[in-house]
Design a protein around this ligand. Structure first.
Ligand SMILES: Nc1ncnc2c1ncn2[C@@H]1O[C@H](COP(=O)(O)OP(=O)(O)OP(=O)(O)O)[C@@H](O)[C@H]1O
Length: 631
């Protein structure tokens, strides 16, 4: 005996504590008890069929509630239990006959595995009574009774007329609401929808699980689109389905099958209404397995079933193993396939999906190559002229797609209206990257308004370059610090100047702001800063001066002629700029109050008789001193 082994001792189990933890804390909702007991009843039928293949007993499960007595009873016509089996399986925590039977026969319909589920009855009941007659000993009846699960009695009773079991729950006061057949019907319809054995509530003539399951039907109408839509409409609780398509992955990828659908109900960008129920061997395992669906599919609902996934002991979640990951991949493919199928076969539904989920789909297209191909020409993009496809933006933009990087307002808004071209709203979720991708794939131009390169497309070079000295004067007279004056030609000629904030510089300022540290995760911030380090950022806005505009021509003419009014007129234009910039969402760099005062001063100067005021103004604006009065 090696050293230390003589000290080997057995771990003590505090049975009372363990039973209480398993019964009350393993599960997230008391409804799980119902699910576990119906599942036991179902397994018992499977056991009966395996052990007694020639039985003529009609398998059925009946759940009854008695509100006055505050009881719920689950009855089956399955295999029943002998007295030794009650002790060995029902009353032994962690052991069940079900798992042994599966190991023995390889049967995949048996659901139970852990030998724990029965204990959940004590989470909702003060007392549990099991009355059973085994098909092996039809002349004997046994009654198990327990309060709390820690201790129990078994006594002989009259045999049941047919083999089978009734589990009766005397509900705790706080779970009295379970003794309501209406509520039971609703819960069981969901839990049991895929169980092959009929489950009845009370004296109902119709089982709760008699709705046809399309993917289990023979090829034909029962598997067709109408049948799928009906199933999805019955099952999808939160939204009506817009379309439904099968989940039938290729052999070998995963054993899971089922149905997926696109939900009605609008989505904006990142709204996540993913809704996936997972059944394991026909029994509901998780009502919220959204992580199995791709994160971009916020508009997809579905039901799938599999025999290969491994549940956690509470049977409320799945182990994240290789089957889980294979299923995730297969589901992503199936959603894309389903959308292709919809676009091809159900154009009306496809149009509704595009309208409802356009924003989500723009983002989704960026996550999946095939989805991008499908959506590139169909998905609507928000623009200054409403929702338009990228193709329509391109056609209206003379072969180029125009997209605004800012949120518009002020000068930009005015300019875009003057351009008469629809401009995509690049500030909206996924719009800019989507259009960049589109332009790259379709080999068309993209004009990004608000970036230097985009602006160059709008603002042409002046016919003749202005001498540096004139540009210097104009800059001093019109631009604020951080604004770069750019002489250009653009439409309409009536517009003398346009101030366009540099969106990249804006982004750089925002990212490099110290407060960004608190708002943005540090890894993301490092990446973002690496990107913005490449932008210069010293130019906060460009002031495009329209050399084709009569006002600017006159201004330059006056300046060249040494006219005193040149400085006054320049002051007026500068005020105009500040006022227009302040009217938009982008506040200009100048001071609005000073600009308004400047208008008054300029008007006063231009209307005053030649005298001291105009001389004063001339000295203020015109470094060259007083010139001749205009005209
Ligand atoms: N209605 C029933 N008819 C016949 N046998 C039953 C019934 N309910 C329970 N049993 C027996 O009691 C055993 C223990 O049941 P329990 O629900 O605790 O675990 P399980 O179903 O085997 O596994 P799991 O914890 O995964 O549900 C079962 O394996 C089965 O042998």
């Amino acid at each position: 005996m090696s050293e230390g082994q003589e000290n080997l001792r057995s771990t003590e189990v505090d049975l009372g504590g363990l039973v209480s933890v398993l019964a009350t804390h393993l599960y997230s909702t008391p409804l799980v008890a119902l699910r576990e007991l119906v599942q036991n009843a179902h397994d018992s039928h499977t056991r009966r069929r395996l052990e007694d293949p020639h039985t003529t007993a009609r398998p059925r499960i009946t759940v009854r509630a008695d509100q006055a007595a505050r009881t719920v009873a689950i009855e089956d016509t399955g295999a029943g239990l002998t007295e030794p089996e009650i002790h060995a399986y029902l009353a032994t925590v962690g052991t069940g006959y079900t798992r042994l039977l599966r190991d023995l026969t390889g049967n995949e319909e048996l659901i139970g595995a852990f030998g724990l589920g029965f204990l959940s009855a004590f989470s909702v009941a003060d007392q549990v009574t099991v009355t059973t007659t085994s098909h092996r000993e039809p002349g004997l009846g046994h009654r198990y009774r327990s309060r709390g699960g820690e201790q129990y009695t078994v006594e002989p009773v009259a045999p049941r007329p047919e083999p089978g079991t009734v589990v009766e729950l005397a509900l705790k006061a706080e779970h009295a609401h379970l003794a309501d057949e209406g509520a039971l019907r609703e819960v069981l319809a969901r839990y049991c929808v895929l169980l092959p054995i009929p489950v009845f509530v009370g004296e109902d003539a119709r089982p709760v699980n008699d709705i046809p399951v399309p993917w289990r039907e023979e090829p034909g109408p029962a598997r067709g689109h109408a049948a799928r839509m009906e199933f999805a409409a019955t099952f999808g609780r939160r939204f009506e389905p817009l379309t439904a398509f099968p989940f039938e992955p290729a052999e070998g990828a995963t054993d899971a099958v089922g149905l997926l659908w696109v939900q009605d109900g609008g989505s904006y960008g990142s709204s996540d209404n993913r809704d996936l129920s997972v059944y394991l061997r026909g029994m509901l395992l998780s009502e919220d397995a959204r992580d199995l669906l791709p994160s971009w599919a916020g508009f997809v609902g579905g039901v799938i079933e599999s025999n290969r996934l491994t549940p956690t002991a509470s049977r409320e979640d799945l182990q994240r193993d290789e089957h889980y990951r294979a299923l995730q991949r297969a589901l992503a493919d199936a959603v894309v396939d389903g959308l292709y199928e919809t676009a091809r076969l159900h154009p009306a539904a496809w149009r509704r999906i595009l309208t409802r989920h356009g924003q989500d789909l723009l983002g989704a297209a960026l996550c999946d190559e095939r989805l991008f191909t499908l959506l590139a020409d169909d998905v609507p993009v928000p623009s200054s002229q409403g929702e338009l496809t990228a193709g329509a933006l391109r056609a209206a933009g003379d072969g180029a797609v125009h997209v605004a990087l800012g949120s518009g307002g002020g000068f930009e808004e005015m300019l875009y209206r003057a351009m008469r071209v629809p401009i995509a709203r690049g500030d909206r979720y996924a719009v800019l990257p989507f259009l960049r991708r589109y332009a790259q794939l379709r080999g068309c131009r993209i004009v990004e308004l608000g970036s230097e390169s985009g602006n160059r497309e709008l603002f042409r070079e002046p016919e003749q370059p202005l001498p540096a000295e004139e540009v210097g004067w104009l800059a001093a007279a019109l631009a604020e610090p951080g604004e770069q004056l750019v002489p250009a030609r653009f439409d309409p000629p009536g517009l003398p100047l346009v101030l366009v904030p540099d969106r990249e510089a804006e982004l750089k300022a925002r990212i490099e702001d110290d407060q960004a540290d608190a708002r943005i995760p540090s890894a993301a911030l490092r990446l973002a800063r690496a990107f913005t380090a490449r932008t210069d950022g010293s130019v906060k806005a460009r002031l495009y001066l329209n050399t084709a505009s009569p006002a600017v021509r006159d201004l330059l003419g006056a300046y060249r002629a040494g006219h005193t009014g040149a400085a006054t007129a320049a002051g007026l234009l500068r005020s105009l700029k500040v006022i227009m910039a302040a009217a938009g969402t982008d506040q200009g760099t100048g001071d609005l109050t000073a600009a308004l005062a400047g208008v008054g001063t300029a008007v006063a100067a231009l209307t005053a008789p030649a005298g001291p005021l105009s001389v004063e103004l001339g000295m203020l604006f015109d470094q060259d001193g007083a010139g001749e009065e205009r005209g």
